[in-house]
Design a protein. Structure first.
Length: 283
């Protein structure tokens, strides 16, 4: 699988780089960004945090606004930020910001006209890590995090693939998409009416079904205007409690849904992932 480098910029003694490639899962050209910390070399493959962004984002929002590089460089963790959907003129789209391009919801679509390209679940779980591990000095120690739609993606992908990740974290995740307007719109379009499929992409349903094997950290701004209608954090907390899953929810007074909030707590999330990642890397 070949990659085309489209940018590289030195930052905190490491490198931020962007690449395009032809995706087999998504059947289109995709772009992703990677931060490589200064410790990364062929003799010293570093662990990786996969970051999934929210509605309307590309690979750039997190990399430009989260302020994660200083801490990631200190800890020796690479960060990979993919785009949030397939893109291109041949790819189905919608006029709304919450469906279609920029709003892939990290599912494998089954419905027309989405099923031809919208396979973000497979892309994140299989194709992207294989590509990253083939081309960069990284180990197979992976953790996953994300924001809002990407927080939903991180929770669902981590909970469904406990053998592939060491830890999960999220900022203001869409926790119970089967019961909120953003999720219902996306899932009915991408997945049709099959409720079992919906539940397999719903973090609350997954945590209600069984205990999480991975530690989970969630930060939520208490002044987030999306909290009540779209995010359903109380439902997530109850679901985590059901089987005593290792789960910490931190309500952060005064913070909203923006990257100002994410940048305020991203260092804590990197610290949270660092220990399980280094344990896995040493095994
Ligand atoms: N009203 C906004 C809605 C889009 C938005 O708020 N996007 C968030 C994620 S929301 C859930 O997934 C975001 O991350 N935006 C990008 C950013 O850099 O802040 C709109 O119409 O754009």
């Amino acid at each position: 699988m070949s990659l085309e480098n489209i940018s590289q910029t030195k930052v905190f003694q490491g490198w931020h780089k962007q690449y395009t490639h032809q995706s087999t899962s998504l059947n289109c050209t995709m772009r992703f960004a990677i931060f490589l910390p200064p410790q990364a070399s062929q003799d010293n493959p570093v662990s990786v945090l996969y970051w999934l962004s929210g509605l309307t984002c590309t690979d750039e929002n997190f990399m430009q606004k989260a302020g994660a590089f200083r801490k990631a460089a200190e800890l020796g963790i690479a960060i990979v930020a993919p785009d949030t959907s397939p893109r291109g003129e041949q790819v189905a789209d919608d006029d709304g910001y919450d469906l279609g391009q920029g709003a892939g919801f990290y599912v494998n679509a089954t419905e027309t006209p989405w099923a031809d390209h919208y396979r973000m679940y497979d892309y994140i779980v299989d194709e992207l890590p294989a590509l990253v591990e083939e081309h960069f000095p990284v180990s197979q120690a992976r953790s996953i995090s994300g924001h809002s739609m990407g927080g939903h993606g991180a929770l669902v992908i981590g909970l469904r693939n406990t053998d592939r990740y060491c830890s999960i974290s999220a900022f203001a995740p869409i926790s119970n998409p089967i019961n909120c307007p953003w999720g219902k719109k996306a899932f009915s379009s991408y997945l049709g009416h099959d409720r079992q499929q919906w539940q397999s992409y719903d973090a609350c349903s997954l945590l209600n079904e069984k205990r999480s094997e991975l530690p989970i950290l969630v930060d939520q701004g208490a002044a987030d205007s999306f909290l009540e209608e779209q995010l359903k954090l109380e439902t997530l907390m109850s679901a985590a409690k059901k089987h005593n899953s290792p789960f910490e929810l931190r309500m952060q007074p005064g913070y909203d849904h923006s990257y100002f909030f994410i940048s305020s707590f991203i260092d804590d999330h990197l610290d949270f992932h660092a220990k399980p990642l280094s344990t896995q890397r040493e095994e």
